[in-house]
Design a protein around this ligand. Structure first.
Ligand code: SAM
Ligand code: SF4
Ligand code: SF4
Length: 338
């Protein structure tokens, strides 16, 4: 099949794809899957509802033919999905796909990093919201200490994977950790991304007041470091990046709330249960799994994806208000993967 460029109603091409491979997680982060809402009785998806690796591979090939250059695997916790390196291997054989990344909480990396790298994974984004084990244990809801994640980061580096750290910042929760995390990452030469707390799903009790904006974090960092702005590497790069003066180490921001970037959003999402979402905040997914399981041809699937993308008008973050955050139907982060 020939590679196409398809554009949505706001002229945005389809360039990247996030695939959530599982909705389960070994953490219960307060801002994502709060333990009181995702308790022992929570009904996660049965295996039959998850896309198989063969189905993901088939869809990924079709997406790549439609212009996708980058794929990121996520979850839930993607490393809980059995034999993930097998999927990575399948994806890394797709002609025209330029980049495969993984977003993970990191604790299973010591077990899988080497295999993932050998299978063709290029980079991992590891989520770490505090360097204080007591606080981190509270945030992740499972009392997991910081060392487990640091071991994961080390394993990824030793395996030769690119590593970035993602830190979600929520007011009153971990703002005290901004400077220590920046210090740590600068010292270790690891790229850090500060992520504004977002109103994903409907369980995390989001309020605008809880958001620490990029500007606030930046002002704080400027008291400690000299920072030079870095030009974006490509159209649609989400992180606003800066470089510590005199180094080649970046620190970035994902200012989804305070400086939305919908006009350059080129991302489609495939949820763990096989639905396509055209926006992190658009609760109306488009089924592709059942459609596929009816014996549909690649051409029919491709046309369906093309139609979904061509019809896309989402610009939720540009339009966000307290009201939309509260009342809009949204998909949970664990289904769609950030
Ligand atoms: N379990 C993996 C992890 O934590 O990296 C992958 C899935 S997680 C849903 C993907 C990313 O979404 C993580 O970087 C996480 O910090 C971020 N995230 C989750 N809930 C968020 C929220 N309410 N606001 C901003 N980022 C959030
Ligand atoms: Fe799990 Fe990641 Fe959500 Fe934390 S952010 S609960 S690790 S899916
Ligand atoms: Fe993309 Fe939706 Fe986020 Fe805007 S709100 S950047 S359209 S995912």
């Amino acid at each position: 099949m020939k590679k196409l460029i398809i554009k949505d109603k706001l002229n945005r091409p389809l360039r990247d794809l996030r695939i959530s491979v599982i909705d389960r997680c070994n953490f219960r982060c307060t801002y994502c899957m709060p333990a009181d809402k995702f308790g022992p009785d929570f009904a996660f998806l049965p295996k039959s509802e998850l896309l198989t690796y063969e189905e993901i591979e088939r869809l990924a090939k079709i997406f790549v033919d439609l212009g996708v250059e980058k794929i990121r695997l996520t979850g839930g916790e993607p490393l809980l999905r059995k034999d993930l390196p097998i999927l990575v291997k399948k994806l890394s054989n797709i002609q025209g796909l330029q980049d495969i990344g993984l977003t993970t909480n990191g604790v299973l990396l010591p077990r899988y990093a080497k295999e993932l790298k050998e299978a063709g994974l290029l980079r991992v984004n590891v989520s770490l919201d505090s360097l204080n084990s007591e606080l981190f244990g509270k945030i992740n809801g499972r009392n997991v200490g910081v060392q487990a994640v640091l071991d994961g980061i080390q394993a990824a580096q030793e395996a030769g994977l690119g590593v970035k750290i993602n830190m979600v910042v929520k007011k009153g929760l971990n703002d005290s950790e901004i400077v220590p995390m920046a210090n740590f990452c600068k010292e270790k030469g690891i790229q850090l991304r500060f992520i504004e707390f977002m109103d994903v799903g409907s369980t995390n009790g989001w309020k605008m007041d809880d958001v620490i904006t990029k500007k606030e974090i930046f002002e704080l960092l400027k008291k400690h470091y000299l920072l030079d702005p870095v030009e974006p590497d490509y159209f649609g790069e989400v992180a606003k990046r800066y470089r510590y003066e005199g180094t080649n180490i970046d620190v970035g921001f994902i200012p989804s709330v305070s400086e939305s970037f919908c006009s350059s959003c080129t991302r489609s999402r495939l949820s763990a249960n096989g639905q396509i979402f055209t926006c992190l905040f658009n609760g109306d997914g488009h089924d592709i799994k059942e459609f596929m399981r009816q014996g549909t041809t690649d051409e029919e699937i491709s046309k369906r994806i093309k139609d979904i993308w061509s019809d896309r008008k989402d610009r939720y973050s540009d339009e966000r208000t307290e009201e939309t955050a509260r009342n809009r139907k949204k998909i949970e982060m664990s289904y769609i993967g950030g």
